[in-house]
Design a protein around this ligand. Structure first.
Ligand code: GLC
Length: 502
């Protein structure tokens, strides 16, 4: 891979609990992931980003970290993680892990010490009186401890927020970064990256956070080509871009694109805005269609309202899954053709829909419980992957998966799709292979083609991407058709379909 591998990378997100189970306990693990590395190699991705793999009581799927320097025993051991990193590297696949600097777990050593010893409470936000802040997961953002003080948790009560005014917290995380860089990881995805500092009346995007990332960048650079990726949900592009200045983070997730409806004018607006935001600072944009927090695209694009809405607002509204599937295929070709990095969330390449009918008793996401069931939470995009066979657990492992898989997924297993040339899996494989040579980092030029319902642009390699979001078929430009998301009709591109033409 080139020296600047991260500028055009295709990054596959592994939600470890649901990827593949190697030991039969119904929960995905490192053994399962190691066994499936050849699948990821064949898929054609350049890097893996793993959600948190640290010891955790799993109050928030591992985003409640009890120990930043070890591996959750359900997932494996530190030695196994090191083996996994080495094996991925042998296949020329980079490894990016999650770091969670905003909060830890109530079961972390630091928090347990803070409970028994007031003199070390300054590592967290303890106060005699709570303020009126609400938790992002619902309910108050404060929980009272036995001696009467309250601690802040922007998320679940099991996730106490660190106090970044305390230099000890800085030292701790700098050391954690080094710990994992020393073990060979190629980068970090930084959870809740804009929330670290708090003032009396705000916890979002305070200026002090930038000094933290400048320091982290120095550390990353001291290891060579390493990458820092921010989870920065900020509607203000100017504020967003500050995280990507040349001495701060390398990239950040594009949540505008992820939330954008299937609408040509809106998509064009978001793409142009993204490019305009990134160009002056020289950072590559990222193109993200889904992750472990949001509704899967097949379901979202099949609804009347195709935006992604937080809080599960559209959960259960009717979805035409055939239409959603067709659009998700076209969206994949769009995302993979755009200049910069692309993310693929596990199962996206299988065209999995959101599982909207999980029985309430199996739901584990704290969003569900903390909203008294008003918000169904994010379990529906975290259902264990179907690998093979005719019935659950579909080759996920030998045990009963921690969330039940729909029977209908027999048609969606990786095995079934590998054998079907027209499958989503084979579309992703073909697209990622072409992308490696012809796309990735760079710029685009819009083409005036087919009217306002059509997005068409060329890339430096000469590849043209055409996406038809209108209701009429569109004539393709002359050239060789390299890939289509659905069959052409009399040589024209049907609605909700995309093509790559050379
Ligand atoms: C991020 C993660 C999400 C988690 C939250 C709190 O948004 O993506 O899964 O619940 O942070 O850590």
């Amino acid at each position: 891979m080139s020296r600047t591998w991260w500028r055009g990378a295709a990054i596959y997100q592994v939600y470890l609990r649901s990827f593949a189970d190697g030991n039969g306990d119904g929960v995905g693990d490192l053994a399962g992931l190691r066994g499936r590395l050849p699948y990821l190699k064949e898929l054609g991705i350049g890097a893996i980003w793993l959600n948190p793999w640290y010891p955790s009581p799993m109050a928030d799927g591992g985003y409640d970290v009890a120990d930043y320097r070890d591996i959750e025993p359900v997932f494996g051991t530190l030695a196994e993680a090191e083996k996994f990193i080495a094996e991925a590297h042998e296949l020329d696949i980079k490894v990016i892990i999650d770091v969670v600097p905003n909060h830890s777990s109530t079961e972390s050593a630091w928090f347990e010490q803070a409970l028994s010893d007031r003199s070390v409470r300054e590592r967290f936000w303890f106060r005699d009186e709570p303020n009126d802040w609400k938790s992002i997961f619902g309910g108050s953002a404060w929980t009272q401890v036995a001696d009467g003080q309250w601690y802040l948790h922007l998320f679940a009560p099991e996730q106490p927020d660190f106090n970044w005014e305390n230099p000890e917290v800085h030292q701790e995380f700098e050391d954690v970064l080094r710990f994992w860089f020393d073990r060979g990881v190629d980068g970090f995805r930084i959870d809740s990256a804009a929330l670290l500092f708090k003032s009396e009346n705000s916890y979002e995007d305070l200026d002090e956070v930038h000094d933290v990332y400048r320091r982290w960048r120095e550390i990353a650079d001291s290891y060579g080509e390493r990458i820092l990726i921010g989870e920065v949900w900020l509607p203000d592009q100017e504020r967003f871009a500050r995280y990507l200045r040349p001495d701060e983070l390398h990239t950040a997730f594009n949540f505008d694109f992820l939330s954008c409806p299937w609408d040509p004018a809106e998509l064009r607006r978001v793409i142009d805005l993204t490019l305009a935001t990134h160009a002056p600072i020289g950072a590559p944009p990222t193109w993200v269609l889904s992750n472990h927090d949001v509704t899967r695209p097949v379901t979202r694009y099949g609804r009347a309202d195709t935006t992604f809405a937080h809080g599960g607002a559209l959960h259960g509204t009717p979805s035409d899954l055939e239409l959603g599937y067709r659009r998700a295929r076209a969206a994949a070709l769009l995302a993979m053709a755009l200049p910069g990095c692309v993310y693929v969330y596990q199962g996206e390449e299988l065209g999995l829909p959101e599982v909207e009918d999980l029985p309430d008793v199996v739901r584990q996401d704290p969003m569900y419980a903390r909203s008294d069931g008003a918000n169904p939470g994010r379990d529906g995009c975290r259902v264990p992957l179907p690998w093979s066979g005719e019935e659950p657990p579909f080759g996920f492992g030998t045990g009963t998966p921690w969330l039940p898989q729909p029977e209908t997924w027999r048609k969606l297993t990786a095995e079934a799709q590998a054998a079907d040339l027209g499958s989503m899996l084979n579309l992703y494989r073909s697209a990622l292979a072409l992308r490696r040579d012809l796309l990735g980092d760079g710029t685009l030029t819009w083409l005036p083609l087919g009217g306002p319902g059509v997005l068409a642009f060329t890339r430096e390699s000469g590849l043209t991407c055409v996406v038809n979001l209108s209701s009429e078929p569109v004539r393709l430009p002359p050239g060789e058709v390299l890939l289509v998301s659905g069959p052409l009709e009399d040589g024209t591109l049907p609605p909700d379909t995309a093509a790559w033409v050379s």
